[in-house]
Design a protein around this ligand. Structure first.
Ligand SMILES: Nc1ncnc2c1ncn2[C@@H]1O[C@H](COP(=O)(O)OP(=O)(O)OP(=O)(O)O)[C@@H](O)[C@H]1O
Ligand SMILES: [Mg+2]
Length: 247
């Protein structure tokens, strides 16, 4: 059964649709990559699901309940956590405190005590491999570690669905491999479902089980990675953007 169902989801800024009647479902435990040229509406769609920028039309059904119209906070409490393309972290805060905040405000099991939030934060940081950096300031982390911190903060709330926006951009090959492993592990061991926006096509091809391509706010293709990337429509969309997807 689908964990998430998008039905004719639309997001307009002024008159123009950034997301134009998008419909697809995502099964529990799936790792779905959402790709497409710059400006295709990928981030806007994730923000519509997470309640950060509610859709202007359409239905978003998560675990059988409507999300469209709920605040970002309510969506998070129902089990949807988002890692933004441009993270908003407090550089002077410690790694631990940052994730504790994620555990408290992202909790999907109602209000939790500080001791429980601390325990969840430790668990998430252990999982992500940042346990030895808990007392460091966020500002001292490199880009890769900051991305992992964001993921730990999302996971600390114990979400069922995580929305990742370009969390692998700018990483070197070793960091990329580590990121791919951690996302796969989050699904395999924590059971989270993943919708992941990415331009790094080598990562997409090695991790995604399904790809949805957006172009001008609409679904251009949806299916198994190898089939989708061979589709003439997809090749044309990418060539139009000047970027050719890798094999
Ligand atoms: N807050 C906003 N106000 C007005 N227009 C917006 C806003 N946010 C996004 N847009 C427009 O919506 C369209 C889709 O933008 P979006 O950021 O979702 O694209 P994207 O697929 O994430 O692109 P990228 O790969 O470059 O991150 C673009 O035309 C963009 O200019
Ligand atoms: Mg984007």
């Amino acid at each position: 059964m689908s964990l998430l169902v998008l039905d004719d989801v639309e997001k307009r800024f002024g008159g123009l649709p950034a997301v134009d009647r998008v419909s697809f479902g995502v099964d529990e435990g799936e790792i779905l990559a959402l790709v497409g040229p710059n400006g295709a509406g990928k981030s806007t769609l994730l923000k519509a699901i997470s309640g950060l920028q509610p859709p202007t039309a359409g239905r978003i059904t998560f675990a059988g309940r409507q999300l469209a119209g709920l605040s970002a906070h309510s969506v998070r409490q129902r089990g949807v956590a988002m890692v933004l393309q441009t993270p908003r972290t407090f550089d002077s805060m410690t790694v631990r405190d940052n994730v504790v905040l994620g555990a408290m405000f992202g909790s999907t099991t109602g209000r939790i005590r500080e001791s429980e939030a601390n325990a969840r934060a430790e668990e998430a940081l252990e999982f992500i491999g940042l346990a030895d950096r808990v007392d460091d300031e966020v500002g001292s982390l490199n880009l890769h570690e900051q991305r992992f911190l964001e993921l730990a903060r999302a996971l600390a709330g114990k979400p069922r669905l995580v929305l990742l926006d370009e969390v692998m951009a700018g990483l070197n090959e070793t960091e990329l491999a580590a990121s791919i492993d951690i996302v796969r592990m989050a699904r395999d061991t924590l059971g989270v479902t993943v919708i992941w926006v990415e331009h790094v096509m080598t990562a997409v091809m090695s991790l995604a089980e399904r790809i949805v391509v957006l172009d001008f706010g609409q679904v251009l293709a949806d299916g198994a990675p190898a089939d989708v990337m061979r589709s003439p429509d997809v090749v044309t969309a990418y060539l139009g953007d000047g970027a050719i997807p890798v094999e």
